[in-house]
Design a protein around this ligand. Structure first.
Ligand SMILES: *Cc1c(COP(=O)(O)O)cnc(C)c1O
Length: 443
């Protein structure tokens, strides 16, 4: 429920940044609660959990190879240096910075075409494994190619999976669940893109549409799914499994950095910019990266000016207890995966002490960045996925480097491109043209 004028005044007096946030101005916030890794309180997950998640992915390689021949059994994306984009950020966006700029191309992730392939597919695989282990159909030593067999498919037919989604999570859960043989229902907000609904139905998922935003679709879905004793609900607002699925990305990124001989240590800081919705994917990846690189990695989240849910949750300390709507913010943004009014309970309680900060960005800026990335690097992403690109230039405008005694010249910056591969050609063209027109009119 929205706060009264008086209550809002109280919050704004305590947290003056809320004046700009509620006026929908882009802001840059540094997290006063960040702790050095050695001083962290005990968290709900640990390094062993990530390693076990990695092993589960490994067990499923033979299944993924068989069910999705376009993959090699591994769901990963390239890390690409984007120096032309760096030049454009300097010249066309007035966002110069020192160090190298890379793009983590999760826009190319197989199967789901977005970062949701990491968390969503992981959660369904762990549920499938657990169900099959409990029924005595497999052991952890079995060759998991058997998960592609008719026998297991018919076993999973009596199980159902539900998920509430603005789109990308639904795609990832829907596609993998249907492939395994589960009966899967995706609860979507009515505004979700038609092509996403069509694609899901084509893959064998049931799509149910609800008016209002994502949170309502989630509560309806949770309730309906749990009416079936063999029902399993993937809860984006509170999921440890999604979180762990995302966290494995850190182990793979470490390998990719090694292969490129990119050092990460006190002399060579690593900066990562992660588009943020409920905070699960950026939270899981940040958690993983902190386990791997400790205090040498600096993680920033990015949210749309109209959906700053994690920012408000962390700034006020109220986390999932408040929504952007409580503060009179409308949660309307073209950044599909980021249009979230309330943060994840599970993820936010962990990110609270790990992230360096959050900045917000306007939709028009996303289109301009999307266009510029396509024009300069021939990489096509969806609007949400462009949000990390201005990060390095924004840091350079602050005293962050000096304050932390960091060598900016030797920094590596990674913008996490979180989605795009499944966007149909017509939408892609529209995004691109919109960005081009905005660039031209701002010259
Ligand atoms: C879901 C999504 C995100 C954010 O992930 P959360 O776990 O919701 O924070 C970012 N980008 C895209 C394209 C997404 O679909």
């Amino acid at each position: 429920m929205a706060f009264t004028e008086q209550e809002l005044q109280y919050w704004k007096n305590h947290y003056p940044l809320l004046h700009d946030i509620t006026a929908l101005h882009p802001v840059f916030w540094l997290n006063p609660q960040i702790k050095q890794v050695q001083n962290l309180p005990s968290l709900a997950v640990n390094k062993t959990d990530i390693e076990e998640a990695e092993q589960l992915w490994r067990r499923f390689i033979p299944f993924l190879q068989q069910a999705f021949p376009e993959t090699n059994g591994i769901i990963e994306s390239p890390l690409r240096e984007i120096s032309s984009m760096k030049e454009k950020l300097t010249n066309d966006f007035a966002l110069p910075f020192a160090g190298e700029l890379y793009l983590k191309c999760d826009n190319q992730l197989p199967i789901a075409g977005s970062i949701k392939a990491r968390g969503g597919i992981y959660e369904v695989l762990q549920h499938a494994e657990k169900s099959a282990l409990d029924a005595g159909l497999v052991t952890k030593e079995t060759n998991y190619a058997v998960f592609a067999s008719e026998k297991l498919k018919s076993f999973f037919q009596k199980y159902s999976i539900g998920v509430g989604s603005t789109g990308n999570l639904g795609l990832s859960i829907g596609i993998i669940s249907a492939k395994l043989g589960f009966h899967v229902s995706v609860y979507m907000s009515r505004e979700a893109k038609q092509w996403k609904k069509d694609l899901l139905r084509e893959k064998g998922a049931t799509v149910l549409e609800f008016p209002g935003d994502f949170s309502e679709a989630i509560s309806k879905g949770r309730q309906k799914t749990q009416e079936n004793p063999l029902g399993y609900f993937v809860d984006d607002e509170d999921s440890k499994h999604l979180f762990l699925g995302y966290s494995v990305a850190a182990l793979h990124l470490q390998k990719q950095l090694d292969e490129k001989q990119i050092k990460v240590d006190h002399e060579h800081p690593l900066f990562v910019y992660l588009p943020c919705g409920v905070g699960g994917s950026p939270g899981g990846i940040t958690f993983g990266l902190k386990q791997v690189f400790g205090d040498h990695v600096h993680c920033f989240f990015v949210e749309p000016t109209h959906s700053p849910s994690v920012l408000i949750g962390l700034l006020t300390g109220e986390k999932e207890k408040v929504s952007v709507q409580d503060f009179g913010i409308d949660n309307r943004t073209a950044a599909d995966g980021l249009a979230v009014g309330r943060p994840s309970r599970f993820a936010t309680s962990i990110s609270e002490h790990l992230i360096s900060g959050i900045y917000t960005i306007e939709d028009d800026e996303l289109y301009k960045l999307l266009f510029t990335l396509a024009a300069s690097e021939d990489i096509y992403v969806e609007p949400s996925a462009a949000a990390g690109l201005p990060g390095p230039g924004k840091i350079a405008q602050t005293t962050y480097m000096e304050k932390h005694n960091l060598n900016a010249e030797q920094a590596t910056h990674i913008a996490w491109a979180t989605g795009g591969a499944l966007v149909p050609e017509t939408d892609r063209k529209q995004f691109y043209e919109k960005g081009r027109d905005l660039m031209e009119s701002s010259r």
